[in-house]
Structure formats: C-alpha cells, structure tokens
Design a protein around this ligand. Structure first.
Ligand code: ATP
Length: 193
C-alpha cells in the first residue's frame, strides 16, 4: 500500500484545513520545535483507527480536537482523510471524524465502516498504526530497549500478520457461542424424547 495524501481539519494544531502530498520513498518531517511534526504522524495513526490515548499523547479521545488559543476559539470536530493506493492500484479514501460528545465515525471510499474494518485493512497491508514504517521521536531507542515480546509484536506488524490475532479472537468467540447454541439444542431435543 502507498500513502499519497493526508488532509487534516481541526486536528490538534492543524486548525485550518491542510493537505499534504506524500511522495514515494522515505518521508522525513522537519521543522522547529512545537510546529506540529509529531501531530502529523499522530494524524496518520489516528485515521488508521488508533484507540490508545497514550500513543496519541492525549488524555481522552476528544483531546485531538483543536482546543483553541488566546486568539482562536476551539473547534467542535476533527477530521483526517488519508488517500492511499492498495497493492492492486485501487484508490482507498479513509476518513475518521470525531465530534465533541459524539465519538468517532469512519468512512472507507464514502461508505460508513467500523474502526475494526479500518485497522484490519492497514494491519493486513503491514502499514497499521503500530507499523515500524512510522518512526516517531524516541522510537529507535524504544526498539533497542524493547522486551522480546514487544519486539515480536513489531515484527508481526511488519510482516502484516498482526490482524490475525483479532480474527482468531473473533473466531474463538463465534465458536464459543455456537457451542452454547448446540448445548441448548441438545437440551431441547432431550426434552422432546
Ligand atoms: P517537538 O519538535 O518539540 O517534538 P513537534 O514539531 O513534534 O515538536 P508537536 O508536538 O507535533 O510538535 O506539536 C505540538 C503543538 O501542538 C503544541 O504547540 C501544542 O499546543 C499543539 N497542540 C497539540 N494538541 C492540540 C490541540 N488539541 N489543540 C490545539 N493545539 C494543540
């Protein structure tokens, strides 16, 4: 998968609608302290359905919405759109929007989808929110200091198999509910004898 374009509006310090082209190859973001470099990387993670406030450097999910300054009022919503091409060259337009008091909503090529659908698309393409393709500040030191289980998770992300854990959990839960249904059916059939 190739990321082509990122559009932000009301996301953290990007209060005005801003659009960035992402060129092929390695992309570095440079600029003075506090100009919003890390916020850009967080926007990419966020649109890929990141749900941990810790990795978004915020207390609650709504903290990603522009909070206002002495000269500008706060915004009511934040929206990030990521335009990408999948491995077959098909366009993927992923939108995440959060409104105060209303939570997050996701769209894939204009259709409403669940957070899980979005995170699986990126996890399967080995470009998910925890992908080693996104190198934020302190990440290199974190890799060096990581425990072996954490390193394994990084390798699983890079290999594009992280989504299998989610599917395994789903399959196990379906299996459990089917077993319960079967037991109930057997009870009912025993009652008919
Ligand atoms: P450094 O090089 O110091 O790490 P940086 O370029 O990575 O900085 P960021 O950390 O991305 O900068 O941006 C920090 C800026 O974003 C701060 O000025 C902070 O006030 C602003 N910011 C973060 N969240 C919000 C928000 N919800 N509303 C408004 N501004 C925000």
């Amino acid at each position: 998968m190739e990321f082509r374009k990122l559009r932000l509006s009301g996301f953290k310090s990007f209060v005005e609608p801003s659009e960035l082209r992402i060129e092929p190859g390695l992309t570095g973001v440079v600029g003075p302290n506090g100009c919003g470099k890390s916020n850009l990387l967080e926007a990419i993670r966020w649109v890929m359905a990141e749900s941990s406030p810790k990795s978004m450097r915020s207390g609650g999910m709504e903290d990603v919405i522009f909070a206002g300054t002495s000269t500008r009022p706060p915004r009511d919503f934040a929206e990030v759109v990521l335009h990408a091409k999948d491995d077959d060259g098909e366009d993927l337009d992923v939108t995440r929007r959060i409104e105060r008091g209303a939570g997050s909503a996701y769209r894939l090529n204009g259709r409403d989808v669940r957070a899980k659908d979005i995170s699986l698309i990126f996890a399967d393409a080995a470009t998910g929110a925890h992908s080693p393709a996104l190198v934020s500040q302190g990440k290199i030191a974190q890799v060096i200091a990581a425990k072996s289980t954490e390193r394994r998770m990084m390798l699983e992300e890079a290999a594009g198999i992280a989504g299998l854990h989610v599917r395994r959990r789903d399959a196990e839960s379906k299996l459990r509910s089917t077993e319960k249904n079967l037991e109930r059916l057997e009870d009912l059939m025993a009652g008919l004898d």
